[in-house]
Design a protein around this ligand. Sequence first.
Ligand code: BJW
Ligand code: ZN
Length: 253
Amino acid sequence: MGISDELVERLRAAEHVAVLTGAGVSAESGVPTFRDAQTGLWANYDPAELATPQAFLRNPRLVWDWYAYRRQTVEAAQPNEAHYALVDLEQHYSDFTLITQNIDSLHWRAGSRDLLELHGNISRVRCFECATYAPGWDEEGELPPRCARCGGLLRPDVVWFGEGLPDQALRLAYEAAQRSQVFLSVGTSAIVQPAASLPLIARRSGAYLIEINVEETSLSVFADCWLQDQAGTVLPELVRRVIRDIQSREEGA
Ligand code: BJW
Ligand code: ZN
């Protein structure tokens, strides 16, 4: 399905908009997704070996090195047209909530400000034992480095399987989903809970649900509109049309 007039009109007329993004939004920046069969991170690595607290306790060095490698990838990456389109869209709403599962800072770097990071951020590290954030660390010494406060091992400030999401970010995300009139789900397989429930909560609360994804997901059948295209192509086009519509009405008023 392409960008219909109804879709543009829904976004133009909405006052409360929420967006959930996943790894697909950063794919065109060269950051690998998780579940894509050939290129996804899980194609080569077993999540249970790397993205759980048990994995970290079993082999902290392996997990630390994997995140250090991925940190380099995201630091070298640049935001793409999809990230910038969301910055442009945000300007037109007094209530616009961007919710991301991504840990790569690319929304921040594009200029988004009201951002809820559900799965943490790879650029920060904290103590596995006492949760104190480390202001910096040395990649040359003992790895993982140790907490200056309690001597515990430092870990990336990301949410692993079996761990709770940041309370405040999750609460605000639920609230934004509930009050949204239009909810966009962009570049996520909608598999990982509780993030995956947000579009459905929005839909149940009456929102018009738009999905942007190159592949069908379990969400697609519930979406009012599924744009099967790359986020970096279709999102800027959608946002351009909405903004053009808003501006032409303002000029006509
Ligand atoms: C494009 C594109 C382009 C490509 N344009 N599109 C209820 C039922 C069943 C299980 C659970 C449940 N509740 C909780 C669970 C367990 C678990 C879970 O959900 N498991 C599932 C696998 C079933 N959830 C948890 O454990 C969560 N914690 C929790 O619930 O705590 C409560 C609790 C705690 C203790 C006891 C009891 C309860 C925590 C989840 C943490 C997820 N962490 C990760 C790793 C983060 C760190 C890291 O990066 O290493 O987060 S997993 C990974 O998946 C990462 C992502 O943020 C997350 C989502 O992935 P995403 O973004 O959707 O990426 P992909 O690769 O899956 O999809 C990319 C999509 O893009 C694809 O669809 C492509 O087609 C598309 N695409 N290019 C547009 N250019
Ligand atoms: Zn500590």
